[in-house]
Design a protein around this ligand. Structure first.
Ligand SMILES: NC(=O)c1ccc[n+]([C@@H]2O[C@H](COP(=O)([O-])OP(=O)(O)OC[C@H]3O[C@@H](n4cnc5c(N)ncnc54)[C@H](OP(=O)(O)O)[C@@H]3O)[C@@H](O)[C@H]2O)c1
Length: 270
């Protein structure tokens, strides 16, 4: 199943189980998490999947994505042996993700962010080859990378044996909605997932022409942004904790922006 809109579970803490169940029942078919206890409660996503399965919504009907987080992205709850070599860290983190999620495979597995900046370094190549091995094992349907810049992504697609199939990035209007990275994704058939579309772009949500488009369509500015994201080829993530907002967000499937409206939003500097 290829997702078109993803429910993100960061910062939901103890409400994660309930919120994932609510999101799926509202109509979301894709869930994003990470094996990073500092920001995500991956094991509670697993609880939600079990509860949903008992109500007849099977794991296989959902797109499930999680991530390997490098050591510097953790607090003291590191989900692997921090002394182990990087390949072992990836394997251990992945095994624990499967356990948390009560499944034997995920649909997408991401490197949460490169180790080096602005380019890629030895650790990145080593971790990527561990992620490639997971893909070869058939236990993840796709592999990808998050928080990646143009330089890093170009280097990755050029050099690796198995290219990333997914990129997940924060998307700022004032950086051209990540245009350069999206362009590489387009060239290489990589799914571009955009996050913090609302939180990173609050001036856009208040921008008069955007609020006018929203009222014309009978939605809020948030849904205009999500719809815009879809029409420029992104798979947006929403991070709401409110059922009402989940339902509103899913109305993106019932609205459409004109080419002019899309170009206008694409040109907003934030
Ligand atoms: N790869 C990474 O490093 C990374 C980093 C950050 C996030 N992410 C992923 O992206 C997901 C989304 O990120 P985000 O939380 O920053 O996203 P977001 O959807 O841009 O922001 C959510 C915030 O906007 C508010 N909001 C108001 N109206 C809303 C509406 N109609 N729909 C949705 N939200 C509305 C929410 O409040 P209410 O709860 O009141 O609706 C919430 O405070 C995360 O959960 C995570 O899965 C990944």
């Amino acid at each position: 199943m290829t997702p078109t809109f993803i429910y993100g579970t960061a910062w939901k803490k103890d409400a994660t189980t309930q919120l994932v169940e609510t999101a799926v029942k509202a109509g979301f078919k894709a869930i994003d998490t990470a094996n990073q206890p500092k920001h995500y409660s991956e094991w509670l996503v697993g609880e939600a999947l079990a509860a949903l399965a008992s109500e007849g919504i099977s794991r296989d009907s959902l797109f499930l994505q999680t991530k390997f987080t490098p050591l510097d992205g953790h607090d003291d709850r590191v989900p692997y042996d921090p002394q182990a070599d990087l390949k072992t860290q990836v394997r251990q983190s992945f095994e624990r993700s499967l356990k948390h999620l009560k499944t034997d495979r995920v649909d997408s597995y991401l490197l949460h962010g490169p180790y080096s900046f602005p380019g890629l370094g030895d650790e990145d190549w080593e971790v990527w080859s561990a992620i490639e091995e997971l893909y070869r094992s058939g236990r993840t349907g796709m592999i990808g990378i998050s928080n990646v810049n143009y330089l890093q992504l170009s280097a990755l697609v050029e050099r690796v044996a198995i290219k990333p199939m997914v990129v997940q990035n924060r998307c700022y209007a004032n950086r051209g909605w990540d245009r350069e990275v999206r362009e590489i994704c387009r060239e290489h058939g990589i799914m571009y997932q955009g996050f913090s579309l609302l939180t990173a772009n609050s001036p856009v949500l208040r921008h008069d022409p955007v609020t006018t488009m929203a009222s014309k369509l009978g939605v809020d500015a948030a849904q205009v942004i999500f719809r815009f994201a879809m029409q420029v080829g992104m798979v947006p993530l929403t991070g709401t904790s409110k059922e009402e907002h989940m339902k509103q967000d899913l109305r993106v499937y019932r609205i459409s922006l004109s080419e002019d409206e899309v170009s206008f939003i694409e040109s907003i500097a934030g």
